[in-house]
Design a protein around this ligand. Structure first.
Ligand code: FMN
Length: 195
């Protein structure tokens, strides 16, 4: 069976990160289930100038390798709402403090939140990329609770030891770190080579 991944996108700033990761994974031989929150759609369009739906349609028409399903965030009848549907890993990129709070409290009011809750209860890989600055004690506690429940907390904060020159280089850094966590090989040059 091909590997199955869910990518959740919320209304935090950083749409270029999700766009970059989804573009890269769309070229892989995997099943991709994409879920975006209502605020995520607004922020994605505001930051990239393209609606998420047309971005996904374009990738689907390019037929890059991945089978891409755009899920409806209101549809609790979706396969990904159930632990019986085998998913290898889920990434939430970027993750708002609101969704972080929902996850750390097991409060699943949307498909995105439910799918992430399922990953936690099934002890599957859940990578959460929070985006906020500064963070409050509440945010930190929510991150700690999620980490203690098995999630990988991966702040969307690129390193600079790779000498990035463009915004895409910065996004590639985050994509590379996420692909490392998913044990997917890549050539994004994020590995430290020593001096
Ligand atoms: C342009 C814009 C940028 C935002 N950036 C952030 C952010 O970086 N982090 C965050 O936690 N919330 C951010 N928000 C607020 C969230 O969109 C808001 O809390 C929303 O309820 C999140 O809902 P969701 O998690 O269901 O997407 C931003 C909102 C807007 C309009």
């Amino acid at each position: 069976m091909r590997e199955r991944f869910i990518i959740g996108v919320t209304g935090a700033s950083g749409s270029i990160y999700s766009r970059n990761l989804i573009e890269k994974m769309s070229k892989m031989d995997v099943d991709l289930h994409l879920i975006i929150s209502e605020k995520g759609e607004e922020v994605f369009e505001f930051e990239t100038g393209t609606s998420f739906a047309s971005f996904v349609e374009k990738l689907q028409s390019e037929n890059g390798g991945a089978a891409i399903v755009l899920e409806n965030n209101c549809d609790m009848f979706s396969k990904v709402a159930s632990g019986s549907f085998n998913v290898d890993a889920m990434v939430i990129l970027p993750c708002s403090m609101k969704t972080l709070s929902a996850l750390s409290n097991g409060y699943s009011a949307s498909l995105l939140e439910r799918a992430a809750d399922v990953m936690l209860k099934e002890k599957k890989t859940l990578i959460v990329a929070p985006r906020e600055s500064p963070v409050s004690s509440i945010h930190l506690r929510n991150m700690l609770r999620l980490s203690e429940s098995g999630a990988v907390i991966m702040p969307a904060s690129p390193g600079f030891y790779t000498h990035p020159e463009t915004i895409d280089d910065l996004a590639d850094f985050i994509t590379g770190k996420i692909l490392n966590s998913l044990s997917i090989e890549h050539d994004l040059g994020t590995e430290w080579k020593g001096r």
